[in-house]
Design a protein around this ligand. Structure first.
Ligand code: NI
Length: 171
């Protein structure tokens, strides 16, 4: 078990496009996923992507239920995720991010998606998601493309937030 430091935007590899995983069934990959889960639960949060702990690989974990329902931890692992389809129907919801402490704002996203991803052994999966789960997955996988939710804001608002984060956490 290892709790890693969560990078603050725009630190480190948070603005980079992460590389796909090419070696599955690998000790290093298992350790990375466990570190992501440990760090997410400790934060506490409902999702965490590898670039947020300084690893530029297309890996993320989520657990959207553990804080609201019975508290049972059961993280889902997403490796090399890829959206096959996104709905035309959009939904506006408030988002926050562990890499942007105390920053919240409304983001409009497709409210349903079809996803392909791989597990730790390299087995492929395909499934549809909607509502909060669909939104959470889009937020997490944006991190794998070097994007964060404030990229959906105006340049003015985004620059103000970055200035504030730099002053508070990165100076
Ligand atoms: Ni985030």
């Amino acid at each position: 078990m290892a709790i890693k430091r969560i990078l603050v935007y725009p630190e480190g590899c948070l603005k980079q496009v992460a590389k796909p995983v090419t070696v599955f069934n690998d000790k290093g990959l298992k350790v990375l996923v466990q570190d992501l889960a440990d760090t997410m639960y400790d934060a506490p949060g409902v999702g965490l992507a590898a670039p947020q702990i300084g690893v530029s690989l297309r890996v993320a974990v989520t657990d959207v239920d553990w804080r609201s329902e019975d508290g049972i931890k059961n993280h889902q692992v997403w490796i090399n995720p890829e959206f096959l389809w996104k709905s035309d129907e959009m939904e506006i919801g408030e988002e926050g991010c562990l890499s942007l402490p105390d920053i919240y704002g409304d983001v409009e996203r497709p409210n349903a998606v079809r996803l392909r991803w791989y597990d730790l052994e390299g087995k492929p999966y395909e499934q549809d998601f909607e509502g909060f789960q669909a939104v959470a997955l889009q937020h997490e996988f944006d991190h794998l493309d070097g994007k964060v939710f404030i990229d959906y804001f105006s340049r003015l608002k985004r620059n103000m937030i970055i200035k504030k984060l730099k002053k508070k956490y990165l100076s």
